[in-house]
Ligand binder design. Sequence first.
Ligand code: DAH
Length: 345
Amino acid sequence: MMKERIQELLAQVNEMQAQSADELEALRIKYLSKKGEITSLFSEFRNVAADEKKDLGQQLNMLKNTAQQKIEELRAQFEAAKELQDKQDLTRTPDPVVLGSRHPLSLIREEIIDIFSRIGFTVEEGPEVEDDKHVFGMLNFAPEHPARDMQDTFFIEKQEGVQSPDDILLRTHTSSVQTRVMTTQKPPIRVLCPGRVYRNEAISARAHCFFHQVEGLYIDKNVSFADLRQTLLYFAKEMFGPDTKIRLRPSYFPFTEPSAEMDISCNICGGVGCSFCKGTGWVEILGCGMVDPNVLESCGIDSKEYTGYAFGLGVERITNLKYRVKDLRLFSENDVRFLSQFESC
Ligand code: DAH
């Protein structure tokens, strides 16, 4: 009788499973507590015939040891799982999320906008697909001006043979936004117009068929060239550091009179001369001038009452100076090895 009972309990013990610490404790109580099934067999053992005692005693001990071992094993499993759970920091962020980086041209465009917005400029944008009058005509370009040539401009709709104010083209400069702003807003006007422009150029390290400009325009009573110069000096120092110097060289643009090009002291060599500034110590960064009275009039602004200045700068050029990017093509190739070198916010 006892022999069978031992076998039966041994089979049960070997099959023991517990899903929780409570279930495990219940098993311990069932088999090994004072009134447990294995413990009671030990009480019955007293009544076993003497010649069976040795054999049954061994089996009974084996059953008890097996049960104890099995319960210990299950307990160790629970404890390991609990320890793992205690060590988990549920407030931790998951595996690092790889942030993309901002495009260097966007970083510089935002920096330019930020600098000018501190002195009251607001941002205006205009269409990239424009008509001839906003890109050229109202900006005082003569009908035969070479910039209107197909070699420089991408036309979308062009009248055969003649040049028409309604020809549709990709804007070649952001000065077109000036004409849109001046025809829709009343002075005082103080705007910054960032955007992409297109020119029919062969792509190389130094030229591309599209690039980016930021146009500035200020129209009010009594705006002078001195105001223009001071604003540009402020910009150059904010952008390239307080030791930066500027110089204005006389130039020509159809839409400004007088016109100038502005150089800054080369921030790569500090003005002593290097390959970037071709040994001159100066690099050109923008064109500027006093808005030509013809332009004001073509946009419906009284040129006797108002004057203004304008400037246009190349974002790629400034980015090259800041980050020393030697090849313009890198800006549009989307190579992550290049792009990931810039800040992410
Ligand atoms: N639109 C000129 C260009 O693309 C840049 C420029 C020069 C803009 C003089 C201006 C300016 O507003 O006054 O080369």
